[in-house]
Structures are given as C-alpha cells and as structure tokens.
Design a protein around this ligand. Structure first.
Ligand code: FAD
Length: 593
C-alpha cells in the first residue's frame, strides 16, 4: 500500500487521497451486478407486489419471505462457504444491502436477520455454535434477532438489568430479564440476548432459542412506520441457557454489541441509498405524469430544484458509502493476511472505520429523510394519501435516525472516536492541527483563478480540512475536560466532518470517473460535484461558526476570519446545475447517474 493511503478511520481529516485509490460504484464487476440484480428480481417478484399485505402482517408473510430469500441464497451473502453461504466480500454485501434497502419493512427484517441477528454468532461464536446454527440461518430455516434494548437501557445499552446466573451444576445460565423493540421478535427462532452475569459491570451475550421454556413474546408493537416488520417485547423467566451458548467470553457482550453496530451503521446507510433511489423514481414518475396549469409539474423550476437536490444528495451519499466500504474491505483483507480468522478480521476491519460508519449512518438516514419528504411534496395532496407509495416511504424512513444508535449518539461517536483514536496514536491529528494554527497567523491566498477544475476543487477540500482541524484544535484546547459537557459544539464539529467526508468522496469519484470515461461523459456528475462542494462550504462555515462562538474566548475574530478564509469557494450557478441534473432524471424517468 502506498504511504499516503488512508489506513484508519478519521484519517481523511489529515491525509489527501488520490482518486485512483478510492473505489467507486461504477467499478462493480459483472458478478457483483448479478448479485444486485438477483436481489432486485426477488424484490420485484415477491416483495414489492405484497407491500400492503406485508404491512398488514397477513399470513405470517414476512417469515415466509425470509425463507424464500434464504432459498435463493440471499441470506447467506456474507456467510462463509463452510456454513453454506456465498462468502462474498464486505463491499459486495453492501451492494446487496443497497438493493434490499429499497424494500421497506422487508429491508428491516432482512437487516435484523442477516446483520445484527447472524453476525454476533458468526464473528464470536464457537465452532460448535456456528455449525449448529449458521447454516440454518443462511438458508432461512431459522430466523434471527438481536436483543439488546431494555425499557431502561436504550442509548445507554450497558445499563440493562437482565441477569444470568450459573446453575448449581454449572451446566446452565439461568436468564431473567426483559427486552424491548426487538426486530423479528414475533417469529425469531434464535436470538442473541445481552445480559449481565451475576453482578458484572458489563454485559455478556447468550444464544437463546425462542421455544425454550421461560421465553415469552409480547404482542406486536403498533408503529408509525415499517409496519410490516415484527417488533416485540420479550420476557425471559428462569430460562435455562446451556453454558456453551455463552457467546465469546464472560463480560465480552458490550464489546460484541458495539462492534456489531459499526457494521449495522454503514449497512443502514446502504439501505438508505437503495430506498432513496426507489423514492426518487416514484417522485419523477409522478412529476412527469401530473399536469397543472396545462403542463407537467416536472417542467416547473420549483419541482426541478427538488428532483435535482434529491439526486445530488443520493449521489454524494453513494460516493461516500462505497469509498468507506472498500476501505473496510481492504482492512479486513490485511487483518486476514496477518493471520486473523474470518470473524476477528471483520470485527477489526469495521472497527477501524468506526468514524466513517457513524458519519455515514447520520448522512444516509438524513439524506433519505430529505428525499422522502420532498417526494411527498412533489406529490402534493396525493402525497398525503395513504394509497400512494410515498406515504410508506415517508413513514418508513423515520426509524433510520433512531435505531442502530440515534443520530445524536452517532454524531457524538464521530468526533469522540476521531479524537480518541488520535490520542491512542492510531493517526496524527494534532500535529497537522498545530500546523493549521500556525498558518492562521498569516493566511495566504490559495488560488489565483487559473487552476484547472480538479486542482481548484481539491484546494477547497484541503481548506475544509483545515477548517475542521482548526476548530478541533481550538475546541479541545479551550474546553479540555469540559468538552464532554458541550455536546452541541461536538455535534457542530461532527457536522463539519460529515460534510467534508461526503464532499471529498464525491470529488474523488467524479475525478476517477473522468479518467475512466472522459470529461464529456460526466458533465452532469460535475454539476453534482459543483453543488456538493458549494453547499458543503456553506454548511461547514455555519457549523464552524456555531462551534467557535460557543467555545472560543479571546480569539473569536481570528478563528472566524480563518474559518471564512478556509470555506471561501467560488460561486456556482446551483440553480442551473440542479436543473440540468433534474432534466436528465426527467428524461430517463428514473434514477440513472
Ligand atoms: C422499530 C424499532 C426497532 C428496533 N429494533 C431493535 C432490535 O432489533 N434490537 C435492539 O436491541 N434494539 C432495537 N431497537 C431499539 C433502538 O436501538 C433504540 O430505540 C435506540 O437505541 C434508542 O434508545 P431509546 O429508544 O431507549 O432512546 P433513549 O436512549 O431514551 O433516547 C431518547 C433521546 O435522548 C437522546 N440521548 C440519549 N442519550 C443521550 C446522550 N448520552 N447524549 C445525547 N443525547 C442522548 C437520544 O438521542 C434520543 O433523542 C429498535 C427500536 C425501534 C423503534
């Protein structure tokens, strides 16, 4: 690997990445595209025609669909061949998740089963546990769930009250407790249940079967959206769990829970991507059909603005999601080369990019909320009709900002992990930040207007990094230990990091695309990039100012003036850019970028 390549999460703050060192979705090969197509074919044949039935939970249809997906191999994409899966890479699994993500409640059941349901056992289970359960989970014979949340333990997941005590003969743990909001809870056969052994401070994890004595499943919750997904409370009363069903070591449960969530977060972003593309298709189809004032509403600038912006945010999210996914894939491969087993390498590889996983969860879920909201608006009154598809898209999107760690918790993770990883010496954050602090004493003009397109954009990205580094440096130096109590400011800096990462990823994708296809073929992508960078500059500036005015003491003017300097970008005609993007969408009548 070249030295300037990103090797760990958060390092994008201090390193420049070459376009030819990122993966872009246009590079998915034929086999990967076939897997994607198989997912879509399954959805179009089995899921999309049955969305009402699914939401009404008729005939246990969700369970049947999971079995059918299992028969096709769709539940075993990430599972090694020895457990009867297809052993696809992390990147390919993400691609499959994008497709499945567009299937509303089915996506939630699928994710809970293949992700948080299957992965704890696959990555931490003993050989005995894996060979007993994983093949049946990959085939869909057994459905899986992940039971972490309790009535009094949500974001503070380690505070759960569920307890396990070793039986006198040492053969079983006796499990007691209550879990809530459990996806697939109504039909899951196998569950990873988190509980504390005796008076331990941290959780352990256990594999529990739902038909064991003492397991009670409450009726389904009534929810705002994802109505077809099963969500229940579960009660465990003196459940006898064989000691060999302890997952990993005693006290390792909290670490298992957190590590599985890194993967869940980036996968949720891929889900949001698939969902956004499907919703954009609904929106443009309607805009092309609906006439007002004698014209299709897609001919109005106000509607084109919405369509254009929906595409721009989706394209930007996609660029960042697959860039990070490939980084994780590379990291997994390196750990495997070093001798780590499949599970351990996947855990280490994804934990390495915890910052990106958290920031993509936030960006992806908020991007989708924007897309579905504007889709309802494009439908006008019909958008408020429960008979229209955007009604489901709108309601189903909302949960994404809540589960897999709320977006508040994830924003805090972004900045907190970036700082802590640097303090642990994983990468040098504070050296480059110091250098920026010296630079702001004598700011230099960085562009003279004669630069080529990519040099100009790259300079903007470099400056955005300086804006973030300067803010982190001054914030940590001023607040010191008080930082943890200034969540609003930490979230401002997270927002700066999110905008930076997504803008840089979009730039790298467009630059690489140009080298692959030539400038003429990617004119629209350049329009997208123009808007992404122009808007990122304004957002980074606003979040940076909010932070600086909140924490800075005597050097406010200097910091704000440097921030303005680092976020100064040449104006673009974003109205025209969005119109051009929208025009292509309108002509194709579907998302094709
Ligand atoms: C439909 C659905 C499906 C789910 N599926 C599963 C599942 O399969 N398995 C499972 O284990 N769980 C599941 N969950 C639970 C989900 O992960 C939790 O709801 C989520 O983690 C938030 O916990 P909470 O609901 O207790 O909210 P709380 O933790 O009470 O949070 C309430 C608010 O306070 C904020 N907050 C909390 N702590 C902090 C803090 N330290 N700093 C700043 N803000 C804070 C939150 O961001 C939020 O805005 C599901 C939930 C839903 C609704």
């Amino acid at each position: 690997m070249e030295d300037n390549m990103i090797k760990t999460g958060g390092e994008f703050l201090v390193k420049e990445t070459e376009a030819n060192n990122v993966f872009i979705p246009e590079e998915f090969d034929e086999e990967q595209q076939m897997i994607l197509q198989t997912c879509y074919d399954f959805l179009e044949a089995e899921v999309i025609p049955n969305l009402d039935k699914i939401d009404n939970k008729e005939d246990n249809i969700m369970r049947t669909l999971l079995s059918k997906a299992g028969e096709l191999g769709l539940l075993g994409v990430a599972v090694p061949e020895e457990y009867e899966g297809f052993n696809q890479s992390f990147l390919t699994t993400m691609y499959a998740n994008e497709a499945i993500g567009s299937s509303f409640s089915f996506a939630v059941a699928y994710m809970a089963h293949t992700g948080i349901g299957t992965l704890p056992m696959l990555y931490y289970g003993s050989e005995d546990l894996k060979s007993r359960y994983i093949p049946q989970m990959a085939s869909g014979e057994k459905a899986a769930a992940y039971c972490l949340t309790e009535p009094n333990a949500g974001s503070d997941a380690n505070s759960g009250a569920s307890k396990a005590t070793l039986s006198e003969d040492g053969k079983h743990y006796i499990l007691n407790g209550q879990k809530m909001w459990i996806t697939n809870g109504g039909f899951a056969d196998v569950m990873t249940v988190f509980a504390k052994i005796d008076n331990d401070r941290v959780l352990s994890a256990f594999i529990v079967e739902s038909d064991w004595e003492g397991v009670t499943v409450n009726p389904e919750e009534h929810k705002m959206g994802i109505k077809g997904s099963s969500t229940t409370q579960l009660f465990f009363s003196d459940v006898k769990v064989p000691v060999e069903n302890l997952l990993g070591k005693r006290g390792e449960g909290f670490r298992i829970a957190l590590n599985i969530l890194h993967i869940g977060r980036i996968k949720l972003a891929a889900n949001s991507l698939g969902s956004a593309k499907r919703t954009i298709n609904y929106a443009v189809n309607y805009a092309n059909e609906r006439k007002q004032f004698g014209k299709q509403i897609s001919s109005f600038g106000a509607i084109q603005h919405k369509l254009g912006e929906q595409v721009i945010r989706t394209f930007a999210a996609e660029s960042a999601i697959y860039r990070a996914s490939k980084n994780i894939d590379n990291s997994i491969a390196e750990y495997e080369t070093e001798g780590l087993a499949h599970g351990a390498a996947h855990i280490a590889g994804s934990a390495q990019y915890a910052v990106e996983c958290a920031l993509l969860k936030v960006y992806g879920s908020e991007m989708l909320d924007f897309v579905v909201d504007e889709a309802v608006q494009i439908y006008g009154g019909m958008g408020f009709s429960a008979d229209m598809p955007v009604d489901r898209a709108y309601r189903d999107s909302r949960i994404n900002r809540i589960f897999e760690g709320t977006n508040e918790i994830n924003r805090l993770i972004v900045i907190d992990t970036a700082i802590k990883d640097a303090q642990k010496g994983k990468y040098d954050l504070f050296g480059p930040a110091e250098a920026v602090m010296s630079e702001i004493e004598k700011l230099q003009v960085t562009l003279d207007g004669t630069e080529d397109y990519y040099t100009e954009k790259k300079t903007y990205i470099k400056n955005f990094k300086k804006a973030v580094l300067m803010t982190i440096h001054s914030m940590t130096n001023t607040l010191k230990r008080k930082l943890a109590f200034e969540q609003e400011t930490m979230m401002n800096v997270s927002d700066m990091m999110i905008q930076l990462y997504v803008a840089e990823s979009t730039l790298l994708r467009v630059e690489k695309l140009e080298s692959m296809k030539g400038a003429d073929a990617i004119a629209l992508q350049k329009e997208i990039l123009d808007v992404v960078i122009y808007d990122a500059a304004a957002k980074i500036n606003k979040s940076g100012k909010d932070a600086i005015y909140a924490f800075a003491e005597d050097n406010i003017d200097k910091l704000v003036s440097a921030l303005n300097h680092f976020t100064d970008v040449k104006g673009v005609n974003s109205k025209d850019a969005r119109r051009k993007v929208a025009a292509h969408l309108i002509e194709e009548n579907k998302y094709k970028f």
